[in-house]
Design a protein around this ligand. Structure first.
Ligand code: ME8
Length: 509
């Protein structure tokens, strides 16, 4: 039976246009999903949009349209971006959908009936910009914008009751919060007494939200609503068999939403009686040209900029770069120089030249037909061994969601193939021993095919082109055996998969 693997991205707010950050989390989730499909796992990959809350209401008012119209326009922008990248998501959830509203209201009613939610009056500092009550300390430190003193009656979730259980759970499940530094951040946060969570907003202040099922004067706090999407989409309360099969999830998020996912969410699940997610992985931040991205600094990497880079070298290369150089464990800086340099070094030079070299030699000495090897000698066996080491490295990295590691393992193998050619020198060998040359070129091509099969989730379009050039009848996206070439097959026409990028062009970008 195949293993089930469920991966999610955050649901993006519809008050902002997609940019490098949302593209990053979503593309790396896509890559991870594709590796799991390659392993024959039963994958469910979810993304979507977070559509309630004050900011949406305000933005809609400003534009003179209804909040729902505003959401429809923005949700479409995200959908367009994901279809531009041929994203392999299995579902796209919007928090304004009926299926989701029903789940939120059911969970709220259930928690209210169980006494997990109570009504109380609270006076405190409220950040309008961030839509939450903040502590006296946060107020004094000036951490939040647009802060007002508010006295209000609201509904509260008894989050504090779960503090001990949550701490124990984190200690007992080392893979729950990753990477390690984020786990320590949460354990640090949990050293302070946990407060109860205000989960309502009075309608007189905010009407764009899911109405509380037990009090029609209130809507649900946007986070209490949004987090539940992760159980709505796989069928919670709608299709129990399906839900049991798919849940629990691996949540991929950015470091900005660590507390909501590692404190609010698990305690909500504990109270509801749903098992906790397998993993919450919080990656770091992209900065741009050495600075925090901002529209006023002019270094904001928006959709148009992303598409401009993709037009230059291909959409795949963007995916590859996100995976290889992205801010998984610590922040990472996006610079045009580094982007195009990585393209030239890894793809044009290492991989692209290798393809050219091997194909040209097979055309020259064997008329473009895949040669039949005789017995593999030690140096050829070493290629097989290295392919296994490479695959092992990919799987270990995949288990810890380490995409930087996956890309490095495969590119390490590509370098190994290049060195194999330098050692065996088939261009010289062909003059004295054509039989031995067949084995060498077969081994080199078999290794290249194996590397390309593993590169597929990182470069799906380019590797599909490669497999059509190879003409070996392979299905891209599946895991391939090293020894799977069919000797006697005629190679397809050679194309430059990764033409060198002229770095001088950067000056005008
Ligand atoms: O927080 N670098 O939505 P959001 C890397 N709706 N990743 C970045 C980034 C950057 N500079 N900027 C944004 C929300 N991200 C809520 C989530 S989930 C139930 C609700 C990515 O539109 C990163 O994944 O503000 C971050 O967590 C997410 O975008 C925030 O998206």
């Amino acid at each position: 039976m195949s293993n089930s693997f469920y991966i999610t991205t955050p649901l993006y707010y519809v008050n902002d246009r997609p940019h490098i950050g949302s593209a990053y989390t979503t593309l790396i989730a896509d890559i991870i999903a594709m590796y799991h499909r390659m392993k024959d796992d039963d994958v469910f990959f979810l993304t979507g949009t977070d559509e309630h809350g004050q900011k949406v209401q305000q933005a809609a008012e400003k534009n003179g349209i209804s909040p729902q119209e505003h959401c429809d326009i923005y949700a479409e922008r995200f959908r367009e971006l994901w279809s531009y990248f041929n994203l392999s998501n299995d579902d796209f959830i919007r928090t304004t959908e009926d299926r989701h509203v029903k789940v939120v209201q059911h969970v709220l009613q259930d928690l209210f009936d169980k006494g997990e939610i109570y009504k109380d009056k609270h006076e405190g500092w409220y950040s309008v910009a961030d839509e939450l009550f903040i502590t006296e300390k946060d107020y004094e430190e000036g951490k939040y914008r647009d802060v007002r003193r508010i006295s209000e009656t609201n509904y509260y979730f008894k989050m504090s009751a779960y503090q001990e259980r949550l701490i124990n759970y984190i200690h007992d499940n080392p893979k729950f919060i990753q990477p390690e530094n984020r786990k320590n951040e949460i354990l640090g946060f949990l050293k302070q007494p946990l407060k109860d969570l205000c989960i309502s907003r009075p309608k007189e202040r905010l009407s764009w939200g899911i109405e509380l099922p037990f009090d029609k004067d209130y809507v649900t706090y946007v986070w209490f609503d949004a987090l539940l999407n992760y159980v709505t989409a796989p069928g919670y309360l709608q299709d129990d068999d399906r839900f049991q099969k798919i849940w629990p999830a691996v949540h991929l998020i950015g470091k900005d939403i660590l507390t909501t996912h590692c404190v609010y969410w698990p305690t909500m699940l504990m109270a509801t009686g749903i098992p906790l997610p397998k993993t919450v992985f919080a990656h770091g931040w992209w900065t741009s040209e050495g600075q925090k991205m901002s529209k006023s600094l002019g270094n904001f990497i928006d959709l148009e900029t992303i598409q401009m880079h993709c037009d230059n070298v291909g959409k795949d290369v963007y995916r590859y770069y996100m995976a290889k150089e992205g801010p998984l464990f610590s922040d990472s800086d996006f610079s045009k120089e580094r982007f195009y340099q990585t393209y030239n070094t890894d793809l044009a030079n290492d991989f692209g030249n290798l393809v050219n070299r091997i194909f040209k030699l097979i055309f020259k000495y064997f008329d473009g037909y895949i040669p039949k090897p005789s017995s593999f000698e030690e140096k050829d066996q070493a290629m097989i061994k290295a392919s296994k080491v490479c695959y092992g490295g990919v799987i270990v990295s995949l288990d810890s969601l380490n995409l930087n590691g996956i890309a490095s393992s495969i590119m390490g193998y590509v370098s190994f193939i290049n060195r194999y050619l330098e050692k065996t020198e088939p261009w010289k060998l062909a003059k004295t021993d054509l039989e031995a040359t067949k084995t060498v070129l077969y081994s080199a091509l078999a290794s290249l095919r194996f590397a390309a099969s593993l590169l597929y989730p990182l470069l799906p379009e380019k590797m599909t082109e490669f497999f059509s050039m190879l003409n070996n009848g392979d299905s891209p996206g599946t895991l391939m055996e090293w020894d799977g070439l069919k000797p006697g097959t005629e190679l397809g026409e050679m194309k430059a998969l990764f033409p060198r990028f002229d770095m001088q062009l950067l000056e005008n970008m």
